[in-house]
Write a protein that binds this ligand. Structure first.
Ligand code: ATP
Ligand code: MG
Length: 400
């Protein structure tokens, strides 16, 4: 079943081979295939040059061409086909921008990070495994290709990749590899925050994050990453996989530190984090049905359900939600569906109606009155009808 993705990509290998080139599947897809995990993006490595690859296929996209990668579109799927390559001098502990093409597969897999990621597989599913990657997969070990210290010294991102693979796969990190990680950790400072965040996002979402997360502190990982170096990450526990936004929401809530700027998050991410922080705060104050309704209305069902899903982690971090008897996914869903209105847009009046009805100019009073009207409608004190709401406002709200 897993095999089907390789079968779909096989014609690409076949065409390369027919034209006298070597071509293999390689990298994460081969690793995941051996482990019987779901495969995403099948990568192909070949001794054909980028120009030669382009000449052989009708539909190619040259993103990454200078690094030797051509995207081949085949049957509506996109495959990265990369020329056997080695990397030039490493400067500043980052992957070099310069690469050069090499003649044989050995040199190509030799520059790859971990033994489990350095296995090539040919068109007949025969593996070419120069660094005993399969043995390491069997023994569930993460081990660098070649000398760990050198490999981390070349590219510090590999340290983070190793840790996120541990979190995703639950493997043990080989002792020498682990010690080299600890030794080279300070080199994380050379990496761009975007690349760091990519790996951290995968790490906190890893199936085995509960056992991985506590190991990061003694490695002093956090010391070398912006934002995290300024907070006490050890103060929080992560007993289950989470989205990076939820992780940051819980961490910043616990440590009361929200200076996310150096993380270069997207505006959307910052918004999600801030919403989650407010929702965490508010959820702890819910005592009554009315408050529960107001919570679900204010934050929407999605955020409410996210908070509910985070319960085990929140509680492990001394953030108590209302009892699961009243706060659970079914009750939240029921409250949501039962709301007379689900957002301000559903309200039968708006600012214009109010200005007209009360013959007043716009101003902060509108927001205030709308908020009270919304509340009254949600509490069914008044029906969601224009006239009824205006009348309710007349008799219940002092407009100033
Ligand atoms: P995933 O399943 O998350 O995609 P992956 O192993 O496929 O994991 P990619 O980032 O897609 O990771 O990289 C594909 C392959 O390229 C890796 O399997 C590895 O062989 C090689 N590689 C990626 N990043 C590095 C690196 N920083 N140093 C050396 N080799 C790398
Ligand atoms: Mg991949």
């Amino acid at each position: 079943m897993n095999q089907s993705q390789f079968e779909l990509a096989k014609p690409i290998l076949e065409r390369l081979i027919q034209h006298g080139y070597e071509a293999y599947f390689v990298g994460g897809s081969v690793r995941d295939f051996i482990m019987n995990r779901p495969i995403h993006d099948v990568d192909i490595t070949t001794n054909a040059t980028p120009d030669e690859i382009e000449a052989l296929f009708e539909h190619t996209i040259p993103i990454g061409k200078e690094h030797g990668t051509i995207n081949v579109v085949w049957e509506h799927e996109n495959y990265e086909v990369t020329t056997f390559r080695a990397e030039a001098e490493y400067v500043d502990h980052r992957r070099p921008t310069e690469v050069y093409f090499v003649r044989d597969l050995y040199q190509d897999v030799e520059r790859r990070d971990f033994t489990m990621n350095a296995i090539a597989m040919d068109i007949n599913y025969e593996r070419i495994d120069h660094f005993d990657g399969e043995r390491d997969i069997e023994q569930r070990i993460i081990r660098t290709v070649g000398d760990a210290k050198t490999r981390f010294d070349e590219d510090a991102l590999r340290i983070l990749r190793g840790l996120r693979f541990k979190s995703q796969l639950g493997f043990t990190i080989d002792k020498t590899t682990f010690e080299a990680m600890a030794q080279q950790m300070a080199d994380l400072e050379y990496l761009s925050i975007e690349r760091i965040m990519n790996e951290l996002t995968l790490l906190v979402k890893g199936r085995y994050v509960a056992e991985t997360f506590p190991k990061l502190e003694p490695l002093h990982l956090w010391r070398y990453i912006p934002y995290f170096k300024d907070v006490d990450v050890a103060a929080i526990k992560l007993n289950a996989p989470v989205d990076i936004e939820s992780f940051l929401a819980i961490l910043s809530y616990r440590t009361n530190y929200q200076a996310f700027k150096p993380l270069k998050l997207s505006n959307a991410q910052v918004r999600i984090i801030q919403t989650l922080i407010s929702a965490i705060q508010r959820a702890q104050t819910i005592d009554t049905k009315v408050q529960l309704q107001q919570f679900v209305y204010d934050f929407g069902i999605e955020v409410a359900l996210t908070i509910n899903e985070l319960r085990p982690i929140l509680e492990d971090n001394q953030i108590d939600l209302p009892s699961p008897i009243i706060f659970n996914s079914a009750s939240l869903q029921a409250v949501w569906e039962d709301l007379p209105i689900q957002s301000r847009e559903d309200l039968a009046i708006d600012g214009k109606w109010l200005m007209q009805a009360f013959q007043l100019k716009g101003g902060p009073w509108i927001k205030d009155v709308l908020r009270q009207a919304e509340h009254a409608v949600i509490q069914r004190e008044v029906n969601n009808q224009t006239e009824a709401i205006i009348e309710w406002v007349r008799t219940h709200v002092k407009i100033s």
